[in-house]
Design a protein around this ligand. Structure first.
Ligand code: PLP
Length: 433
């Protein structure tokens, strides 16, 4: 997968091209870049802008298009009319998703587009957009309309749609104490996306949002799914923002988003394994991934519903949530306590055929006997913790699989463990389906 980021260079790497490279690389996508302007800025102060010449931009784009297959494009800072026209000429015939992030002013106060370029931005850049992602003030700048009860977000979004953008999201439309909502006009239908608000002044969140949208679109997600993904991704990047320079914090895309994205794509891969429905137990399946050094199930990401069997298909019922899994998360915590590198697990239906495959491909297996469970433990409801501990207590090898053969009225179960969801998936592909 290759995504092209067209935008400005930010030496602090908090925004612009450098930030996009960080986001796409974190998400496992190759990033190509075309620099429109070089800025001097840091986390306290915006310095100067030096746009590249139109021929230089044209040459960058030509060298990319003549060599690479591009799956999607993000357009950020465009700065002046000459740059805008080159972008339009090079992109107008493309039939791939394009996300336009109208970049007007930096949080530190720098002008990121010349006033005289506004008309050409409206005429040439907006029509390229599969989705355009202005925040409230950018939407007002584009339309010259102040959002109010008279000029509703819908009216403003419709005005932007009239300029040629296929879909519009205006972020930060309504801010309450703990909540921030975005307004979406997806073709003719409208909806809002609300999420928790974090009040920090940061560098990079707008760039992260539009980058996450294009990433999700090129991964064949719907517009709605992509916007929800971007909302969560941006929230996490703000929550984990770090004070790297002396001024405002820089958003962090590494830690938490990585956990969510890795688990989410592994769950999708899992559901695609041929015949995987045969491995879903009566109590259904959960797939979990924990933060580093998890203290409780609240530090373990899992599906708030489960992966369920529907005929010969499996479907994911529910969404990813910390604390979303109780049983599989508890099993993982027990293994993680002894082997901190093990951060992911899944439960599968117990079958002799699966066990034979596990042994054949030499995965490390431990087991426990629920019949031997002390009554006190049973009464306390801490069976899983006890079971996993008794299975791994005497072993010095990290287990790939722990199973038990059930008890009166209790379904037997196989749990596969690994360092990451991909690692778990690798093991599953050898033994399931
Ligand atoms: N600098 C460049 C090159 C950008 O592209 C952007 C935003 O897209 C910014 C600065 C502004 O970033 P922020 O408002 O998050 O500081």
């Amino acid at each position: 997968m290759n995504i092209l980021s067209i935008g400005g260079s930010d030496p602090s790497s908090g925004a612009g091209i450098q930030s996009d490279i960080r986001v796409f690389t974190t998400l496992g996508v190759y990033t190509l870049t075309a620099v429109t302007a070089i800025t001097s800025q840091n986390t306290s102060k915006f310095g100067v802008v030096e746009p590249v010449s139109s021929s230089m931009l044209k040459k960058q784009l030509e060298s990319i298009f003549s060599d690479f297959k591009i799956d999607g494009i993000k357009i950020g800072m465009v700065y002046n009319s000459m740059i805008i026209k080159v972008i339009y000429q090079q992109l107008k015939k493309l039939k791939i998703p394009i996300v336009v992030d109208p970049v007007i002013k930096s949080t530190t106060g720098g002008n990121l587009i010349e006033k005289s370029a506004k008309k050409d931005f409206q005429k040439y850049i907006i029509p390229l957009a599969t989705i355009i992602t202005p925040n409230r003030s950018e939407a007002e700048w584009i339309t010259k309309m102040k959002i109010s009860t008279k000029n509703t977000p819908e009216a403003v979004a419709k005005e932007i749609q009239k300029m040629g953008a296929k879909n519009v999201i205006i972020t930060g439309i309504e801010e309450k104490v703990n909540l921030v909502s975005d307004f979406v006009l997806e073709k003719n239908s409208k909806y809002t996306i609300s999420g928790k608000k974090i009040s920090n002044i940061n560098h990079g969140s707008g760039c992260n949002h539009s980058a996450a949208v294009i990433y999700s679109l090129v991964n064949n997600k719907s517009i709605k799914q992509s916007l929800f993904f971007a909302k969560k991704f941006t929230f996490n990047s703000i929550k984990n923002a770090k004070k790297i320079g002396k001024g405002i914090v820089i958003t962090d895309i590494q830690s938490e988003n990585r956990v969510e994205d890795k688990l989410s794509s592994s769950i999708t891969e899992f559901t695609k394994i041929r015949g995987i429905y045969k491995n879903i137990p009566e109590c259904q399946t959960n797939f979990v991934f924990s933060k580093q050094n998890p203290k409780s199930t609240k530090d373990v990401l899992g599906i708030s519903g489960r992966i369920v069997k529907a005929g010969k298909k499996v479907i994911v019922a529910g969404e990813l949530k910390y604390g979303g899994s109780k049983h599989v998360a508890t099993a993982l915590l027990a293994v993680n306590k002894k082997y901190p590198q093990i951060c992911s697990a899944i439960n599968l239906k117990y079958q002799n055929t699966t066990l034979t495959k596990i042994k054949k491909c030499k995965l490390k297996v431990s087991s426990y006997d629920r019949n031997k469970e002390p009554r006190k433990i049973k009464n306390q409801g801490s069976t899983i913790k006890w079971g996993i501990n008794s299975a791994i207590r005497d072993s010095k090898i990290i287990p790939d699989v722990v199973f038990h053969k059930g008890d009166y009225g209790k379904e037997p179960m196989i749990i596969v463990f690994g360092k990451t969801p991909e690692n778990v998936l690798e093991k599953i592909s050898k033994i399931a389906g």
